[in-house]
Design a protein. Structure first.
Length: 160
């Protein structure tokens, strides 16, 4: 009985320490669809994330047609941020694109807040907060205005 009690106490204590660690966010994450990997990193006290891998890094025929002749989109060429509302950014490669920015750790709520998330599929930027569901699942909530009006996504750590 005593060894079991010690084991449970240690497990509980380690989960408390892990829950309050803002740097547990760091590393590589799959987006919900598993079409991209995003590397989350820290600069100063803020957290950022950029796309470091794409399952399909070049345009296929369907995507090329969807772009409707946008001059930055080439069949078989690398994907670019052609939906960006800033015309100067529409030639930026999607690979390496900064999609998470300026998140800060809120120790009281145990989440990262005050950040922005960019969706290159829509060319839109949203307010966002994130929190860990468990060691391998990240909850993200992007929204406009209030968090009630938005979209939730779950990212997972790659196992490979």
């Amino acid at each position: 009985m005593r060894p079991l009690l010690i084991l449970l106490t240690l497990a509980f204590a380690s989960s408390i320490v892990r829950a309050g660690d803002p740097d547990q966010l760091l590393g590589v994450w799959f987006n919900q669809e598993k079409t991209a990997k995003i590397e989350v990193y820290k600069t100063g006290s803020k957290y950022f994330g950029k796309i470091v891998w794409l399952r399909d890094p070049t345009y296929n025929e369907t995507e090329f047609k969807e772009a409707g002749g946008h001059p930055a989109v080439k069949l078989g060429g690398p994907k670019v941020d052609w939906r960006n509302s800033d015309k100067a950014r529409q030639n930026d490669p999607v690979l390496g694109l900064l999609i998470l920015r300026d998140f800060v750790w809120d120790a009281d709520d145990e989440e990262w807040t005050d950040g922005r998330i960019y969706d290159p599929k829509k060319g839109s930027d949203y307010k966002c907060f994130m929190r860990m569901e468990n060691d391998s699942t990240l909850y993200l909530r992007g929204y406009i205005g209030f968090s009630l009006i938005g979209r939730t996504s779950y990212w997972t750590r790659p196992t490979e």
